[in-house]
Ligand binder design. Sequence first.
Ligand code: ADE
Length: 241
Amino acid sequence: MKQFTVLTLFPEMFNNFLTTSIIEKALAKKLIAINIVNLRDYSVGKHHQVDDYQYGGGEGMVLMIEPLVKAIKAHQTKNSITILLSPQGKQYRQQQAQQLAKQEQDLILICGHYEGFDERILHYVDYELSIGDYVLTGGELASMIVIDSVARLCSDVINAQSHLNDSFTNNLLDYPVYTNPVAYDGHLVPEVLLSGHHQNIAQWREYEALKKTWLKRPDLLLKMTLTPQQEILLTKIKNEK
Ligand code: ADE
């Protein structure tokens, strides 16, 4: 079972996350485990300090190294990787979620807050991850994103069949899906989906996934090698009005 340990100054941010939907079910079924650790429990000195002013002057408080390293050491095992959530990290992508889900290792996720953390923390982590080129007030939301995206790929958390069609899994966006009603405000469900003809439906989905990717994320297509069939479809898509 994959175990996630989160080191945070704001454990309460995780309350709804742990008690909602797929994550709640996966925890109840013991398919994953999530351990939220309050960094304040590893504070130092009489004043239970976890942050301090930065050397050299400047706005904002900095997370001290001692509580962080104490907390890491208390939770690290031979079978864990320690990841620091930070905008300086390598950008997180679906491919990495797949890798993390597949690996046997447990994850320790460190959430920074305030102006950041004492840079020396980098000597104690395996690597840094960023969820995108923007700055959050802390790493908590980022760590939830990593846990959520990895957990849904862990065995039996959701139907494995649905992973195959996930956007990004094969560098394509997912095909469009529809449910009732068949007609809404003049907008119809594509007829082929009502036909019950599995082969036509599969072909339509392949075409639409490619079309959606071409229209919305053409950069993804540049990264992949198209099959001859996809090349033909793409030419057709480009020639469509
Ligand atoms: N902490 C603050 N901003 C972040 C980001 N973009 N990714 C990961 N952790 C962060």
